[in-house]
Design a protein around this ligand. Structure first.
Ligand code: NAD
Length: 278
């Protein structure tokens, strides 16, 4: 395996790192030499990651952060700066697909709009809000927001006749991409790069909920397991034809967090195996 990205000496602040994509990002950044400040609303889920990071000789601290609660973010930002002296990289990753019961619904309900806005949009703005002052004072920083290719073009169950259940999620991801554009304009003068990675389809608890939704509401999938649905859709819709892994997303984040991408800002980059073409 070859890699050009070296993050030795950097400190990365990552939300929603207890499982799935966030965990994959944390592992990759740690392997590339960054000290990681990892948080999740479910802090106990970070124990496993801690064991892994210790096994590769990495350095990390954990925090209980609910991204809808600014004070919990601010507390962990302060703890990170106290321990490591700085934050170079901020990865707002925590996200939700919808409210309780999403996996069985064809159409969205008010709670889907509320929770996706609170976590996927306000959660990102809250996180950036708590970190950017520190980055501005250091005249240096890399912010990499985890959005979705669904925030750029309608996908999956958003297609005609497939119900509205994913509308709130996709709208939240489009909003966060626009927020990233605006932030890149605001923070460029302070030598802060702001970009978004737009993953495609990864087998995480979030996608399992989507697969259950397909199985429940679409007779084409009724006799398939949720994982089979995921693999079939990955093969059918992605040019590379293979399921993506959290590490794939981590590698793109590592690139955008490194000096190799110093002239890239304000970009939403699809990392989706070619599922959506620009
Ligand atoms: N899985 C995919 O196919 C896919 C595709 C495109 C984009 N994404 C995006 O990637 C990110 C991670 O998704 P995932 O698939 O790993 O999801 P996941 O559900 O597996 O993990 C999400 C993590 O965020 C945490 N979280 C949820 N609400 C939180 C809150 N209020 N505060 C702090 N942490 C919270 C959860 O505890 C969990 O650890 C999300 O922003 C998601 O929208 C995922």
């Amino acid at each position: 395996m070859t890699t050009t990205t070296d993050l030795n000496g950097s400190v990365a602040f990552i939300t929603g790192a207890g499982r799935g994509i966030g965990r994959g990002i944390a592992e990759v950044l740690s392997r590339r030499g960054a000290k990681i400040a990892v948080s999740d609303i479910a802090q106990k889920d970070l124990l496993d990651l801690e064991t892994y990071v210790q096994s590769i000789g990495g350095d990390m601290i954990t925090g209980a952060v609910d991204v809808t609660d600014k004070s919990s973010i601010s507390t962990f930002v302060n703890e990170t700066i106290e321990k490591y002296g700085k934050i170079d990289i901020c990865v707002p990753n925590a996200g939700v697909i919808g409210a309780q019961g999403f996996n069985k619904r064809i159409d969205s309900v008010d709670e889907d709009w509320d929770v996706t806005w609170e976590v996927n949009v306000r959660g990102v703005s809250n996180t950036v809000e708590e970190v950017k002052g520190h980055m501005i004072s250091r005249k240096s920083g890399k912010i990499v927001i985890i959005a979705s290719h669904g925030g750029r073009k309608p996908r999956g169950v958003a297609e005609k006749g497939r119900g509205t259940v994913q509308q709130p999620y996709m709208v939240s991801k489009a909003a966060v991409i626009q927020f990233m554009h605006l932030l890149s304009i605001e923070l460029g003068q302070h030598n802060i790069n702001v970009n978004a990675v737009c993953p495609g389809r990864l087998w995480t608890p979030m996608w399992e909920a989507i697969a259950i939704n397909h199985k429940t509401n679409n007779s084409d999938y009724r006799d398939m397991s949720t994982e089979e649905i995921f693999i079939q859709l990955s093969k059918a819709t992605m040019s590379l034809g293979r399921p993506q892994t959290p590490e794939d997303i981590g590698k793109s984040v590592a690139f955008l967090a490194s000096d190799d991408s110093s002239e890239i800002t304000g970009q939403a980059i699809n990392v989706n195996g070619g599922a959506t073409l620009n």
